[in-house]
Each structure stands twice: as C-alpha cells, then as structure tokens.
Design a protein around this ligand. Structure first.
Ligand SMILES: Nc1nc2c(ncn2[C@@H]2O[C@H](COP(=O)(O)OP(=O)(O)OP(=O)(O)O)[C@@H](O)[C@H]2O)c(=O)[nH]1
Ligand SMILES: [Mg+2]
Length: 310
C-alpha cells in the first residue's frame, strides 16, 4: 500500500454577503481569524486562514460577499473577492441554504454575478449549502440542492452548518483530496498571513458591528495608532482610533454615559488578549474625520484599481 502524498493548496471562499463565509472559515480552523456579524458586508478584505493537518494544508481565502456592486467601495470589495480566485486551486461557493429554502425566488438574483464564472471554472468547485441547522425539516433542502445541481452540474454539493459543524468533516476531506500533492507552503503553526495589528483592528470593528448592529454607519473604520510591546511585565498597549464620518456617529459609538465604547473596548480587549496570549491594554478613541479625505484613504486601503476595472 502506498502512502497518500501530502497535499497543499488554496481554496477561495466566495458567495453572497452574509452567507456565512467567515463563520465557515473560523469553524474549519477552530479559531477566529475572520470577523463575523449578522450584518451583510462585514468582511472587507481578503483574509487567509490556514488549516494544517498531518496529511494536508488547506489555505482558505475568505472574501467580501459578491453582489451587484453599487458605487466604488462595493466595486473594490467585489474586486477583492474576485482577485482571490487568482492562484486558487479550488473554489468554495457558500450560500445561505436556509434563506433560499424559505425564499427560493432570491437565489437567482443573489448568485447572478457568480453564475457564469463558476459554471466556466476548470478547477474543482464545492457548493456549500450553509446554515442547515436553521432548517427544521431537512427535506426542505432537496428542491434547493436540485436547483443548484441544475445550475452548476459539475460542482460538488455539500449541505453544512458552519455554526455547529455538521457536514464539515466530509467537505474538508473532499477539499483535501483535490489539492495538488506538494509540501506545505506555511509553517504548521501559521493560522493566517494577516498581521496581528490588522487582526486587532478587525476585532474592534467586529465589536462595533455587534454592539451597534444596524446603527453602525457603513464607513466606520478602525486604525491602530500605537502598538507598544515594551510595557511593564511584557504587557501590550494598543491605541486604536475609530474613525466616523459625523459627530452624530461619534455620539452613537460612544453611547449614553460612554456605555457603548466601554462595552466595545472590554469585549475587544478580551479577544485581542486571547489572540496575543499576553496581557493587553486597549485604549479607544473616536474621531470625526474629514470625510472626503478619509473616504479616499478608505478606498486606497483596497489597493490600486486596475486600469480596466469596469
Ligand atoms: N444559524 C447559523 N447561522 C450562521 C451560520 N453561518 C453563519 N451564520 C450567521 O450568519 C451571519 C453572517 O455570517 P458571516 O460569517 O459574517 O457571513 P459572511 O458570508 O462572512 O458575510 P460578509 O462578510 O458580510 O459577506 C452571522 O450572524 C453568523 O453568525 C450557520 O451555519 N448557522
Ligand atoms: Mg465575512
């Protein structure tokens, strides 16, 4: 009997906003590398998450949700998602199966931007029907799976729950089996290629989403202004600035008597401390920015636009 070769490759995770792409990635890794919120368009950049096992290394690339873009920001986010396909060995299309089991009419419109490119893919495609834990009666999934099979007949179909892990072992085994035989690209203990500073800023942004819910103004960004690891007893001191567009937004983020900013700071500090494995002090400021200059900086953070973008 010959031993299976070690396999390693990249898998781009794509899909409509809010489908559970980031939740799926975190669940596969058993740790949080990508932030999650009930609001669509939480992920703004490509995020890598690396799953290292004894037989394979899977490099997942989480992406912003793909949808019909309106305006420059959405176009840039959508581009960040499509760019993830470059160099990927396989593609995971994640869909909210519960949503389409209840509202079948939404499917066509939501997958429209993905439909033709995915159908034309030469690489292995995994269509991941997520959130099956929300379906009381699993037979409600069948018409959706049939439709998806009709749309992308070549793709593997996997009903899963990123929340409770149902279906993930079978899917991960299938993903590993299509990766090219080669040694790992990253050391075994690398969880992500994202710098810790970026991850810390994302954790603050996640807490903003979770605390403010629908009220969070879309252009809110978080910037790490200072990161001091030389504090007493090896503590890390982090200063983060939450940039908002208007003074009304600032009041919202701070909350009555400072209750929101306090909650955001406490929750983010706990998570960052876990990430760093060291005692952490987190100081937050809220600044009203010069909105035009700031929006330009926000857009620049996506990288230069290619000449022929739309
Ligand atoms: N019940 C249930 N909820 C889920 C599951 N997967 C994700 N969710 C929830 O769906 C919401 C969106 O999850 P995200 O992981 O942020 O989705 P996303 O696709 O990364 O979203 P964007 O980054 O905004 O495109 C969150 O409230 C998650 O908790 C699942 O399997 N079951
Ligand atoms: Mg996401």
């Amino acid at each position: 009997m010959t031993a299976e070769p070690f396999r390693c490759g990249r898998v781009a995770l794509m899909g409509p906003p809010n489908a559970g792409k980031s939740t799926f990635l975190n669940k596969c890794l058993g740790q949080k590398v990508s932030i999650v919120s009930p609001r669509p368009q939480t992920t703004r950049n490509r995020i890598t998450g690396i799953l290292s096992g004894k037989d394979a290394q899977v490099i997942f690339i989480d992406t912003p949700g793909i949808h019909q873009p309106h305006g420059t920001t959405h176009r840039l986010m959508t581009r960040a998602a499509w760019d993830a396909l470059d160099g990927a060995d396989a593609l995971g299309v994640i869909l909210d199966a519960d949503l389409y089991a209840r509202k079948a009419e939404f499917l066509e419109n939501d997958i429209e931007p993905l439909r033709a490119p995915v159908a034309a893919e030469q690489r292995p495609v995994f269509v991941i029907a997520n959130k099956v834990d929300l379906l009381g009666d699993k037979s409600r999934l069948l018409p959706l799976l049939e439709r998806l099979h009709g749309i992308w007949p070549e793709a593997g179909l996997f009903p899963v729950s990123a929340a409770d892990g149902e279906g993930l072992p079978a899917l991960l085994a299938a993903i590993k089996s299509v990766l090219p035989p080669r040694p790992s690209l990253f050391p075994e203990d690398t969880l992500s290629t994202a710098p810790l500073r970026f991850m810390a800023a994302e954790i603050v942004r996640e807490q903003l989403f979770l605390t403010l819910r629908q009220e969070l103004p879309y252009f809110t960004t978080v910037e790490i202004e200072a990161w001091d690891e030389d504090g007493e007893a090896g503590d890390v001191e982090i200063h983060a600035v939450i940039h908002v567009a208007r003074s009304t937004h600032k009041a919202m983020v701070i909350g009555r008597g400072g209750q929101n900013i306090k909650r955001i700071g406490q929750a983010a500090r706990m998570e960052i401390m876990e990430l760093l494995g060291r005692k952490t002090h987190l100081r937050l400021w809220v600044k009203v920015r010069d909105s035009r200059a700031e929006e330009a900086a926000f857009l620049r953070s996506f990288g230069p636009a290619p000449e022929a973008w739309f």
